[in-house]
Design a protein around this ligand. Sequence first.
Ligand code: SF4
Length: 700
Amino acid sequence: RGDSACAERKVDSVCPYCGVGCQLTYHVRDERILFVEGRNGPANENRLCVKGRFGFDYPNHRGRLTTPLIRRAGVPKGVDPAFDPANPLSHFRPASWDEALDFAAAGLRRLLDTHGPGVLAGFGSAKCSNEEAWLFQKLVRTGFGSNNVDHCTRLCHASSVAALMECIGSGAVTASFMQAAHADVVILTGCNPTVNHPVAATYFKQAAKRGTRLIVLDPRGLVLGHHAHRMVRFTPGSDVALFNAMLNVIVGEGLCDRDFIAARTEGFEALAAHVAPLTPEAMAPLCGVAPDEIRAIARLYATAERAMIFWGMGISQHVHGTDNARCLIALALATGHVGRPGTGLHPLRGQNNVQGASDAGLIPMVLPDYRPVGDAQYRAAFEELWATPLPAEPGLTVVETMDAIAAGRVRGMYILGENPAMSDPDLHHTRAALARLEHLVVQDLFVTETAQFADVILPASAWPEKDGTVTNTNRQIQLGRAAVPLPGEARPDWWILQQLARCLGLDWQYAHPREVFAEMKRAMRSLDHIDWARLEREGAVTTPCPAEDAPGKDVVFDDRFPTASGRARFRPTVPLPPDEPVDAAWPTVLITGRQLEHWHTGAMTRRSAVLDALEPAAVATLAPAELTRLGLAPGAALSIETRRGRITLAARADPLMPAGMVFVPFCYVEAAANLLTNPALDPYGKIPEFKYAACRLAPA
Ligand code: SF4
């Protein structure tokens, strides 16, 4: 850490990692970031976690791209263990921007002209700004002529959004995590905030200290469980059984909020009939929780004056992820725990801007603000705004895109800031698909694993190098500001998007991201009363916002839901098994996720000196008893095998892990967890089952 007295300047911005959206200040000297301090933002009140505080030096990594690159003729595509991403000239040659953009656009244009619009697809990024997300989806829709545009929400909370849209008419949170302070009871399920949303976790701990009773429901024991009134472990993949049993208790014991149900919802009688036979006794064998425990937590939640539910990807990343979220919504609706301070539904969003990128339309089935692409009236408004006819057919989701490449239906792609060669399930399949692409344009900071499949790589901008807005998990729109200059020939992402659009024949004339934001406001009602000047002045404004001089709404749906009838809907669900249940041959449950120190595929944090020093190598976490059973000491090499592949990495004991389960972070290319994961999809959210694959363990 440096001394602020010797810093040349301070630049206020936002953390580039998780959806908490901590405000921070970059201290800059000699055009480099010296250190970072937390700022008094609405979501962090000066706090930062280890990533926000120390993960700022990745833009200066020796492997940072500073010039456009074009693949050398004859070099095969693929993740090559001998390839050094910091010395890419063995596989790529430098190019000027003119040559690289012409090359990128010509390849895309050739495929479009030969095969038609569906032949191209694009993955944008939740790490980019709202303005960049807007431009990316606009480029795909108006330049590629299809809705084949998606991003990592498909690997994250797409199933939560599907359930929320269906049941309450909006995919965003109904209340911020700050509202936990006003709740009597908070359920946290399928989330691990001390690791994945560390600053939000501090608010949960603080609430617990002041008397809020935390109920932590998870297959694993969690650190947050130490602060919980009740920590309940359940059988992996049995969420629907557990939640239905809770609903059975709430309905059967008359703990519902009858007035709320009558005034604000529809479909309750069908739900009540559906859960009547799903008693705690009937569901206990499925979920592994004692009936009395189920009754206790159901009563605790239902009888609270104010209660909230927070969830994460332990809920969403299942083939029944949408059903899991439907159950949680039903719990809140049945008890009237939504629409008031201290109540609500809150899927903790993963990436720093996954909320904003989704709002901005980086989704294949909806235009910005979540209106279906098939809605002719809404589509017409965008056709007028962009003076271009738009496609009415929904596009391909992330995993569907890889399947379409494998089937030869998609032949070219533009990938901005995403790393599917590490993040997608069943990587053998994903990487084979990427290798099959006839033309791949990658825009990124480094030669990521995905960029190793690229025909052309465009050197992009890191978050501390650009201006733009992001929207955090609380629906707070915040302004990031450029703190340091771009290295070499690297360029702002919005500029690269504009140049590529022009090469494809589109007439784009933006001079700054604020002009893009102004265009977004013309189409997105969610941005009413919020403009760039206000964001510069106030630092953060919550959407929706009722007036230019009023704060945004922290708690929404106090009188009606944004559905056609104004009422929320109950959606009954049936407990279903995981796609690939454990059996005698594959007896252990593999779950994947993140570590505190590393972010997603590690592209940024593994290039950050402090974070990489803290967690430098691939590890798998399992119960001490499992290590003993395998005859392994902590740190010994462990082999994990599924039906799709095998990896070897170091074993780490965690007393909070249950037997029969292993956890692997997905950020380590040397032992890529997603070589093992199951690509089976939730039928509604199209999200893969990252939180359950049958595997077997052995000493390596
Ligand atoms: Fe950044 Fe999230 Fe940590 Fe805050 S909690 S500093 S937003 S990674």
